[in-house]
Structures are given as C-alpha cells and as structure tokens.
Design a protein around this ligand. Structure first.
Ligand code: GLN
Length: 290
C-alpha cells in the first residue's frame, strides 16, 4: 500500500519541478486542492514552513500523471478529475456540457437578491448543461417546482446525476428539447427563468483558447454569426412563457449588453437592467414580464 504522507519539502519540490515544464501555478494548486485535498491555505502555510508533513488524498505520482496529461494533451483539469467546485457544492463535469464558470455564480446571486427561500412558484433553467444553476435553484428554493431544459441528452443525464446527488429531495423536472418548446404546458406560469445560453459568435469560436475550443461542446458555446441566436429564441417567446412580473435573467458575452437589453425592451419587458461580472464587465441582462 502506497503511503500518502509526504513531507512539506517533498510537496514543494514536486510542485516546483512540475511548474518548470510549463503550466500555471494557479492550476497546479487547484489540482493539489481538488485532487490531493491540500487546501490553498495549507499550501500557503507549507510555503512558509515546509518542515511539516501532510497526508494527501492521492499520491504525488498520480497527481503528476494528471498534470502531465493536462499539459501534453491540453485537457481541462476539471475533465481529468471529473469534478468542479461551484458555489457551495461540487459538480460532476464531463465533455457533455460546459464546465461551470465563476461568472455564472453571479447569475445565481442575482436571482437570490430577488427571490427568497419561500419562493413557491415555478422556475426554469434553459440550457442547463451540467445542471449547475438547476442544482443551486433547487437547493435555494426548496418549495418551488423546477424545470431544467437541454437539447443534449448527454448533458441532461449529467444534470440528472448532479441533481440526484446534490438536491435529492428537490422537485425538478428535466426536459429534452429546445429552449421553451418542452415547457409549453407550463407557459404563462413560470416565475423565474435563468439561462446561460451559447453566446460566442461563430468566428470567435476558432480563436478561443484551445483548451476550451477543443474540449467543451460547441453546442454550449456557439451562438451563431453574431452570438445572439439563442437570445432571440429565448427572449422571443419569454413574454408568453413567463408569468406577469416574473423575471428573466440571462448571461451573455462581454460585448452583448446593448443588443440583449434591446431585445428585452422590444419584447415588452419592464425593469430591464444589466449587471456586471467580477471584472466589471456588463455580463447579465435582466427584465420582468409585464
Ligand atoms: N463563458 C464561456 C466562455 O468564455 C462561454 C459560455 C457560453 O457560451 N454560454 O468560454
């Protein structure tokens, strides 16, 4: 049985050696944390005082093999581990859906400033992917009824596993189909809708970092020639599907705030506004049905 106890010096030497062959320290430290169980704070203590020994969850050899695969084949660490922390839980992730991004956590926060845990209505997550938003909505609004939609069966299966594990008691229905179409029976009743649809313009897709472009589903990234195809479809039907005064909250690309807000205004939405991401970029568009 391989020992998983390592001296501080051993861990720091290992880290320095791997980084000398390329890659970012922030990513290797993420792997040490998620894969090895060495939290960032503990690593900082080790950097100051390497004399202590620590027990890791995995061997340094195993973690090095994952790191090498990440560097050589440009595969996201999240795919190699099959996991990704998001908000206050850890999702199963795979190439079936987008790896949940940090900025999308803000979309959830925008919902939480307008709805509390006693929300009794219906919510929908359009283009649920891994189910990140659906899981958080289900955990945040335990008395509500949820509907998560995706046009990929592989993504829905992933979302279903995440929901079963992370929100086992929730009342969430999964639907295979395009945007509003599978939700037709609930049109006019939905009180809160979140979506992080594909919004990268086709021409920009090829210029994305290869680790994103070559590993994450184009279905979840590509928003058509101007990146706005999904917004036209979602906003176009939103006033029929959402209840009066219900909210639609969307994530979009860094330069799409004006056109997405305009689509919302043209669709007759009120209280239309934007919200910024952690870099101060207008990244979210919100509006309320009349
Ligand atoms: N934010 C993602 C990225 O930069 C794209 C997400 C999306 O298209 N919805 O890769």
């Amino acid at each position: 049985m391989e020992t998983l106890e390592f001296s501080g010096e051993e861990i720091l030497f290992w880290r320095k050696k791997l980084l000398s062959n390329g890659g970012r320290a922030v990513d290797l430290d993420w792997l040490l944390d998620l894969g090895g169980g060495l939290q960032w704070g503990e690593l900082q203590k080790l950097l100051i005082d390497p004399s202590q020994s620590l027990t890791l969850d995995q061997s340094l050899d195993y973690l090095a093999s994952l790191w090498q695969e990440h560097i050589d084949k440009q595969i996201p660490l999240q795919h190699l581990l099959g996991r990704c922390p998001w908000r206050d839980f850890e999702l199963e992730v795979s190439s079936a859906a987008l790896i949940p991004r940090q900025e999308t956590e803000i979309l959830m926060e925008l919902a939480l400033t307008r709805f509390d845990k006693n929300f009794l209505g219906l919510w929908a997550d359009l283009g649920t992917g891994s189910g990140a938003l659906a899981v958080d909505l289900a955990r945040s609004f335990p008395h509500a009824e949820g509907h998560a939609v995706d046009c990929s069966q592989a993504a829905l299966s992933l979302a279903s596993r995440n929901l079963k594990r992370l929100a086992p008691l929730s009342n969430v229905h999964l639907h295979l189909g395009s945007w509003w179409q599978p939700l037709r029976p609930w049109w006019g009743k939905i009180g809160l809708v979140l979506a992080n649809p594909p919004y990268i313009p086709t021409a920009v897709l090829n210029r994305l970092d290869p680790i994103v472009r070559d590993n994450e589903p184009h279905l979840a990234l590509c928003g058509g020639p101007d990146g706005l195809n999904a917004f036209r479809k979602i906003i176009g039907r939103a006033s029929k599907a959402i209840v009066n005064n219900g909210w639609l909250m969307l994530e979009h690309h860094h330069d799409q705030s004006d056109p997405v807000l305009e689509l919302l205004i043209k669709a007759g939405f009120k209280d239309v506004c934007y919200a910024k991401d952690l870099d101060g970029i207008k990244r979210f568009a919100l509006g309320r049905n009349k």
